[in-house]
Design a protein around this ligand. Sequence first.
Ligand SMILES: [Zn+2]
Length: 198
Amino acid sequence: MGKPTREEAEAAVRVLIRWAGDDPQREGLLDTPGRVVRSYEEFFAGYAIDPADLLQRTFSEVDGYDEMVVLKDIRFESYCEHHMVPIIGKAHIAYLPDRRVVGLSKLARLVDAFAKRLQIQEKMTVQIADMLDATLNPKGVAVILEASHQCMSTRGVHKAGASMVTSRMLGAFREDASTRREFLAIIGQSTGIHVPQA
Ligand SMILES: [Zn+2]
């Protein structure tokens, strides 16, 4: 399955404009296919990123720091793989280091690497958690995503304002209730969300 050319992609957008009921030749729409195709390069930039590679540079000298590392409220924009419309939300990530830590910006870029693809929220949650687990070998990983799905707010049942919460807890976050509570308390201050015990 080769990648189509830019011209082929723009032609496909003209077909969708006609499908919507408009005329791709009218003046206001002439440059639209080019813009849409360039937007797609941004929306789906995650396919060009190797998430494992992103986390390769870890810092192993952390002077015995073994407390929880938490990055909360990481905004992401993803795209529902069923309808190709946006999923917009926040990710909260924590891990309990075992000698190896990674720069915080790498955690944010990890979220983008998986978000900027056609996704389902459950799968993205697992992908982020499992990648961190595999590359850092920490004592535990916790990932919570909360997001609203435009396929639910702008079509179908039209329920705006509903958000979906998914989580994956590994290692200490799964086995130790106090570790999990500490994480939920830290992120709960900003989100007010309640996550069922794993
Ligand atoms: Zn959808």
